[in-house]
Write a protein that binds this ligand. Structure first.
Ligand SMILES: Cc1cc2nc3c(=O)[nH]c(=O)nc-3n(C[C@H](O)[C@H](O)[C@H](O)COP(=O)(O)OP(=O)(O)OC[C@H]3O[C@@H](n4cnc5c(N)ncnc54)[C@H](O)[C@@H]3O)c2cc1C
Length: 427
């Protein structure tokens, strides 16, 4: 084991504290050959882009940290396409695009790296611009077998390449290391946000209303001891402007909702620390599970009651449930094929479980709460968004089934061909 104290710092506290074997910054074919020989097929590589998950570093495992040498960003003004390295954070991406009055549908935080894009990428703007994977134009990188590849969506003709591209969109971490990705970008337009603390009855009302929102609007919230919501509206067209004004009149009755106007989506920051929405404890470790489900329709009341029960039973003030809304454009079936198979879903809630690090009893209690909450929410949200790899948790197999369904067999085939010795995280 090496002292990695100055070498490897990541936002995810579990990964940051991991006693990793080694950090690798550069990959080529010979690296894979050497790793295969040295590891006797007993280990796999952890990959780090933004370092926001518990899967990017583990005790006694090697991490490939892409942030140092795969941090290129190149924007082509003529095509509006940006090419970014495998270690680019969403923050860097937006900063670059802002200079060109362009944006990209990132999620609720600027912290994640390209793991955000590869695992689907659900944004407050997804109802208009689709998922992040829908904007992928090209990819370059290495398969787990060490072979280099470069694919461009428009130049794919072979069935084999189609299948690879399909797998990369939603399940890349299981069989590739992506070193460069080409993305469509979008012109920036003003954003209007209605945000504030609300009560359960108001959440019920607003959830019902949100299922009728037009494609430029979405709702996101956190449900802890207090409830905080963001209703995001992009004002691109005259129709958007008129509708936002109409909604503003309606939202006026929720006295705590404030209106904030932004020049661009690039300037918005969600759930800042200052709001004290949950207890941020630097001595804690955590896990997150992300669910997917359809419109709640007549089940909104039941759902809010379930959330209240989950919140009441949470083991400490660092645990919570939150949600974001997708739908409209992200539901469209004409999108190019991907392994984000639950296209028709419109809600992505996530359960965040946290405990005092090194306290195994606390960990057990928090993870039990997370799993029991998941069971309670399954009837509303039966699927999984594979945004966090949980091959170190008991829930992994079930999560894989609920994320990939019938397409799991296709992913198994991709793994068999392109990562036959399991150098990358296991299925
Ligand atoms: C504060 C916060 C807010 C979030 N909000 C949203 C949101 O709004 N919408 C949403 O969809 N998700 C959201 N997420 C989830 C997040 O997008 C995923 O967990 C994502 O996988 C994190 O990517 P990363 O690069 O930061 O993490 P990492 O821990 O570096 O990587 C995550 C996994 O992806 C794999 N990986 C990373 N880079 C590569 C690569 N170049 N090639 C191959 N595999 C790679 C790794 O194997 C790793 O296991 C949020 C996460 C956080 C922490």
């Amino acid at each position: 084991m090496i002292d990695k104290s100055n070498l490897f710092k990541v936002p995810n506290p579990n990964s940051n504290d991991a006693k990793i074997k080694k950090v690798v910054y550069e990959i080529d074919k010979s690296f894979f050959e050497k790793f295969k020989k040295d590891s006797f097929n007993k280990e796999y590589l952890c990959i780090c882009s933004g370092g926001t998950t518990s899967g990017c570093a583990k005790d006694n495992y090697i991490t490939v940290d892409l942030r140092k040498n795969y941090n290129q960003i190149k924007f082509d003004k003529k095509t509006g396409i940006v090419n970014i390295g495998g270690g680019i954070l969403m923050d860097n991406l937006l900063k670059k695009l802002d200079g060109f009055n362009r944006t990209f549908p990132i999620g609720l935080s600027t912290l994640p790296g390209i793991g955000y894009i590869l695992t689907g990428g659900i944004s407050p703007l997804s109802r208009r611009y689709g998922l992040a994977i829908d904007s992928v134009i090209s990819v370059k990188g290495f398969f787990g077998n060490g072979e280099y590849f470069s694919l461009n969506e428009e130049k794919i003709i072979e069935e084999k390449e189609l299948k690879i591209m399909e797998g990369i969109k939603g399940a890349a971490p299981f069989f590739t290391i992506i070193t460069d990705i080409g993305l469509k970008t979008f012109k920036s337009y003003p954003i209007k946000i209605f945000e504030g603390f609300i009560d359960k009855n108001e959440l019920e009302e607003l959830t019902k209303k949100s299922e009728e929102f037009p494609n430029n609007m979405s709702i996101q919230w956190i449900f802890s001891d207090q409830i905080y919501i963001y209703i995001v509206a992009e004002i691109k067209t005259e129709k958007d402007k008129i509708l936002a004004e109409k909604y503003a009149v309606d939202f006026n009755k929720y006295s705590s909702l404030k209106i904030r106007n932004y020049k661009s989506f690039n300037d918005v920051r969600f759930f800042p620390k200052e709001l004290n929405l949950f207890e941020l404890n630097s001595k804690n470790h955590s896990e997150v599970i992300s669910l997917l489900g359809y419109d709640l329709k007549n089940n909104v009341k039941d759902f809010i009651a379930t959330l209240s029960e989950i919140n009441f039973l949470k083991p400490n003030k660092s645990c919570y449930v939150a949600s974001q809304q997708l739908g409209c454009d992200s539901n469209k079936k004409n999108k190019s094929s991907s392994l984000f198979i639950h296209r028709e879903c419109s809600w992505k809630p996530w359960i965040y479980a946290s405990w005092e690090k090194d306290n195994f009893e606390d960990k057990n209690i928090a993870l039990t709460w997370m799993n029991q909450s998941w069971v309670k929410l399954k009837r509303f949200f039966p699927y999984i968004h594979m945004a966090q790899l949980h091959n170190h948790l008991d829930s992994h197999k079930e999560e894989m089934n609920l994320a990939f369904g019938n397409k799991l067999k296709d992913l198994k085939l991709l793994k068999k061909f392109y990562d036959p010795t399991n150098i990358l995280p296991p299925l």
